[in-house]
Design a protein around this ligand. Sequence first.
Ligand SMILES: [Zn+2]
Length: 141
Amino acid sequence: MYTILCSKCWSVKEKKADICKICYDHIGIEVDDFLSNTIQILNKNNCHTTFCCSGHVNDDGRFYIAFDKVYSFKNDLPKLFKIENKEDHIVIRVSDKELEIKRTIPEKIDFVAELNKSIYEWVKKEFPEKQPEVLFFFGDR
Ligand SMILES: [Zn+2]
């Protein structure tokens, strides 16, 4: 499932076509629930993202966050994540080796949740000042 975020101020919207109550922008972006907090913090801190995927269990969706240009970060990425340098932008990905490990469905569900939790912990550390609205809980594990 996904959360709809305003494309301008990154607050949460109920419907894609709704006018944003904060900035009156009318464009809504669908972000995978698992990544909604992380994407909100990044963009509110002027690290603009273009596309992302939280990773999916049932298809081949793999975790990534693509950015509009090259950014550098203060903190190292969590274990299993790496930065791919493209010509004019960067992509944060989980290393392929890690994804090739065979997992059962319940293991995959846990793995995807853990990945998204660890990148969220990282982004909170990277940008401690602007925290997100609380959107999504990973639950106590
Ligand atoms: Zn807005």
